[in-house]
Ligand binder design. Sequence first.
Ligand SMILES: *Cc1c(COP(=O)(O)O)cnc(C)c1O
Length: 368
Amino acid sequence: MQAETPRLTFDIKPNTNPMPEADRLKAFENLGFGTLFSDHMAVIRWSEGKGWHSAEVTARAPFPIDPASSVLHYAQEIFEGMKAYRTSDGRAVLFRPEQNAHRFNESARRMAMPELPEEAFLEAVEKLVRLDAKWIPKGDGASLYLRPFMFASENFLGVRPSKEYIFCVIASPVGPYFKGGAKPVSIWVSEHYTRAAPGGTGAAKCGGNYAASLVAQAEAYAKGCDQVVFLDAAEHKWVEELGGMNVFFVFEDGSIVTPPLGGTILPGITRKSLISLAREEGVTVHEKPYSFEEWKADVASGKLKEAFACGTAAVVAAIGTVKYPEGEFQIGGGQNGPVTTKLRDALVGIQRGQSNDRHGWLHVIDGI
Ligand SMILES: *Cc1c(COP(=O)(O)O)cnc(C)c1O
């Protein structure tokens, strides 16, 4: 469903009632995650026959939604998560945004939704960040989280792909994802619920995957854990990923293992970037299946030294404690390990413009 859309021109309509400066700065003093929103949103509409049209950046406002809107019934919805950073030398940058644009279309194909030309995705994000440049918070761990998403908006109850969609980007200034800051997280191994099955939607960034993971996440909270880790659906044996983060294991010989992509794991951009950074440091990185039984045994024998989770929102989070129905264990004495810290610093150094961006991963938004 490649839309044959001519180049879109965005209508820019600045918000006539933006949040007063003093209120914004006050809110910046205590940033959470995803609770505060900028003044604008970018919107592009799609309809069958017409393709993508009506691109605009306008005041953030609710969408009127008909009770028969198909997203409410069949959950045709996908999203992305990315961040705009203010570097230490004052530039506004995005990290590998073309990867998000590309993955968005892979998700769109899986969900039978129209693809959005990558340049339109990037332009929507960039135009929004330009208009909301003052919403990029400064300081350690702070950024403007960007949420591009698309949903089916046709009013129709039949079961088939919608003939109308809305693409939108909203922005939320955020602080660190986990309240504990850089403290290692505790995770709950879901032995009952799974996230994604072969042939399913595990590799697509769709809201439905998250809907299905929430009961397991709730179980994790009930067990006193920060996050849930899922095992594979076929054998309930192989470690796959967290609800919204990929997972890595670090061994005593210095090698690293991360579960392989293959349809049931979300291909994280943080995952891919960390694999590159580690390999450039001479670290052996295996993308291979790793079972929960091996994990337990390797912790007991001392072979496994560190484990961490990664994603755009939380960046890199050491896993300190692992709980499962029959017991629990600690990794690295529940502390941040040296390899985890080194990889996090290498990645954050690039994102914050503090180290040489030798891969050309930063996309600078000029003039803001
Ligand atoms: C978004 C996401 C990730 C992390 O991807 P990044 O591109 O690194 O942010 C990992 N797992 C799931 C399920 C996700 O939705």
